[in-house]
Design a protein around this ligand. Structure first.
Ligand code: KG4
Ligand code: ZN
Length: 333
């Protein structure tokens, strides 16, 4: 019955969670507001905010779980990928605590943890399952053979899906992060109002940089005729952009499902909070006989619950890390 404290600090959320025998006992998150005024995450400011937040966030996670430090069986941290200065804060904290308590350390891959978020609550997918992981930095199709064995079969060759949302939002003058705002405006818009191109990328890889350029030219062209174009048509523009991003993602997911023969299909990552993506996946599931799953909203964006759950399975598999384990900005699987 392992009791695990998990720490997430890869980007702009300082988070800690406690899992007791694979069940979440607490899940605390401090989101850094400071980045909004800069239109994106400023790495140096993220590291400083992690330094300020980490002790109170960990304290709260332990208190809420009713767990004392001496009851912990292992300490987990996000090792990669992420902003190196941000990762270092969580890693150093976890290593120091593991050393002080003489407990094992678990080094967790952030993208694998996003996938594992699907195992936090029922209904859970059965193995093997296929996961479309879509976040601010990644877009991946992953075949998941077990909680500790997974492989990437497709990924973006340029921008991530979250970047496609955020950069489109920026062109429309919306604040960072723009993904949730595009989602909100899209709800009252017509997804067929404007047509954006679908890139022709072979295989299971994705590309979003052409879409961003197409949206920029589209907006500039319309603004020449009507300077108030964005204000006049914002819901329709957002619905059309969202429709295109969602179809790019789900067309590749369909291809992956056909190629692998897997019918257990999951979403993960911040963009899986998108209501258009979720609704369309459910429709496709009905059409193609898939069982579809997505994590609760709070487990889609960055959080420590997913790190704790990934750590739980690593602990059971005996895959502990050396105290000398250091974080890396990029990571192989
Ligand atoms: O997984 P995440 O929290 O952080 C990374 O590891 O990147 O993902 C953040 C991304 C941002 O690009 C944000 O705009 C996007 O997820 N996002 C959304 C929605 N909620 C968050 N994109 C579209 N629709 C949403 N509802
Ligand atoms: Zn993430």
């Amino acid at each position: 019955m392992p009791v695990i404290l998990a720490i997430e600090s890869s980007c702009d959320e300082t988070a800690a969670a406690v899992a007791v025998d694979g069940k979440l006992a607490s899940n605390i998150i401090a989101s850094q507001k400071i980045h909004e005024q800069f239109g994106g995450v400023v790495p140096e400011l993220a590291s400083r905010a992690h330094m300020q937040n980490i002790v109170p966030v960990v304290d709260q996670a332990l208190e809420k779980a009713g767990i004392e430090l001496n009851q912990l069986d292992a300490i987990a941290f996000t090792q990669a990928p992420g902003l190196i200065g941000a990762l270092l804060v969580g890693a150093q904290f976890a290593r120091s605590l593991a050393l002080a308590l003489n407990k094992p350390l678990l080094a967790i891959h952030h993208m694998q943890a996003h996938v594992i978020a699907n195992l936090i609550e029922a209904p859970r997918p059965s193995f093997p399952f296929l996961c479309l992981t879509v976040s601010g930095g990644h877009t991946q199709l992953v075949v998941v053979e077990s909680p500790v064995r997974m492989r990437v079969i497709g990924e973006t060759i340029d921008d991530a899906a979250g970047e496609a949302f955020d950069k489109s939002a920026k062109i429309l003058g919306l604040p960072y992060p723009g993904g949730p705002l595009i989602d909100a405006y899209a709800k009252t818009g017509n997804p067929a109002a404007f047509r954006f191109p679908e890139p022709k990328i072979p295989g299971l890889d994705f590309s979003f940089s052409g879409l961003k350029t197409a949206i920029l030219y589209f907006v500039q062209e319309h603004q020449r005729e009507n300077p108030a174009f964005i204000q006049d048509r914002l819901p329709d523009i957002c619905a059309s952009i969202q429709h295109r991003i969602v179809t790019i993602l789900l067309n590749k997911l369909k291809k992956a499902a056909e190629q692998t023969g897997i019918k257990e299909i999951c979403l993960a990552g911040g963009v899986s909070a998108n209501s258009g993506l979720r609704a369309t996946l459910v429709q496709m599931g009905k059409k193609y006989g898939w069982s579809t799953y997505f994590p609760a909203f709070e487990y889609c964006t960055d959080n420590a619950a997913m790190i704790a759950m990934a750590a739980h399975y690593k602990f059971l598999a005996g895959e502990t890390a050396s105290l000398a384990e250091t974080p890396t900005a990029r990571a192989a699987w």
